[in-house]
Ligand binder design. Structure first.
Ligand code: ADP
Ligand code: MG
Length: 299
């Protein structure tokens, strides 16, 4: 009985008697056998359950590794997209520069030649041809305004200033253009006075600035714009603040806000960050910080 109580259920009491003790021994043996059966059954159940669990565990492991793989792939394709976007920006900038130069050079020369011819004609004309000389004068005026347009268009495509005099000068020029065309006051301050960056960064800042000004002209109903450009040892920061109706969170996050998406993409590809905030009827602030030097590549 002690053996049985210690777990050895195969032990059998051998007591061959016909009295109460014999009956007790029989009952005891039956009970021990019953217990043994139950224990075996339990063991089988546990084994089956364990097998199920380890199978489920295996499946989970597989799912996890598949998901990790999918995540890696997603990350890779996002990176590729980002690379593609910045490559396209680069190409676009190159092409704009080329078109700007061609417009400037080809049309510029043709217009200058035309201007000289008209000038020559005006001197060849007899004194009494008032009608013709009036016509020539207006042609000459038209040539002058066309020269101005060619300059403006090629500057907007790729400001020579940006390459020749740097970001601060080009932004100042753009701010003046904006003031005279949109009729909105625009103050710009640059600290230090001349900020000169590499081509990728200066293009990015300049295009972002153009987009924010266009947005102000188109959407803000502002009367004043404050622009701050500042550089410290690690970053260059641009802040454009208007006093218009204020952009909303929804407009900032809208998947169709392609202008803002473009700004974000440019900033992102240079390792910088973008903050846009709007307050109803108080205005909108766009803040861009881009690292210069080691972290963001060569300056
Ligand atoms: N300075 C601003 N003031 C008020 N609303 C603005 C300003 N800039 C942008 N928005 C709002 O954000 C939206 C998204 O801007 P953007 O992505 O540049 O697209 P788009 O200019 O083509 O409409 C605009 O349609 C406008 O509603
Ligand atoms: Mg826009």
């Amino acid at each position: 009985m002690e053996k049985v109580s210690n777990g050895d259920l195969d032990t059998v009491l051998i007591i061959k008697r016909n009295d109460e003790i014999g009956t007790l021994a029989n009952s005891f043996n039956n009970m021990a056998e019953d217990l043994g059966r139950h224990r075996k059954h339990l063991e089988i159940l546990v084994e089956a359950r364990t097998a199920e669990l380890s199978k489920a565990n295996e499946q989970l492991q597989q799912e996890i590794s598949e998901r990790t793989k999918a995540e890696d792939e997603l990350k890779r394709s996002q990176e590729q997209l980002r690379d593609l976007a910045s490559h396209l920006q680069f190409i676009r900038e190159e092409e704009r520069g080329q078109i700007a130069r061609e417009i400037h050079d080809e049309l510029g020369q043709a217009l200058t030649a035309l201007k000289m011819d008209v000038h020559w004609l005006s001197h060849k004309l007899p004194q009494d041809q008032a009608l013709l000389s009036g016509k020539i004068k207006s042609m000459s005026g038209l040539i002058d305004t066309t020269v101005q347009s060619v300059r403006r268009i090629s500057s907007e495509l790729r400001p020579k200033l940006l390459d020749d005099l740097g970001l601060s000068a080009a932004m100042e020029w753009q701010a003046n253009e904006f003031m005279s065309r949109a009729g909105i006051q625009c103050n710009i301050s640059s600290e230090p006075e001349d900020i000169i960056l590499d081509q990728a960064r200066s293009s990015a800042f300049f295009r972002i600035f153009q987009e924010t000004l266009t947005n102000i002209a188109r959407h803000a109903h502002a009367t004043k714009v404050e622009v701050i450009l500042q550089e410290d040892s690690e970053t260059v920061e641009l802040i454009v603040r208007d006093n218009g109706q204020g952009i909303t969170e929804r407009q900032i996050a809208d998947a169709k806000s392609y202008g803002i998406i473009g700004i974000r993409e440019r900033v992102h590809s240079l390792g910088g960050d973008l903050k846009i905030t709007g307050a109803p009827n108080k205005g909108t602030t766009v803040q861009v910080r881009i690292p210069i030097g080691a972290q963001g590549g060569p300056k």
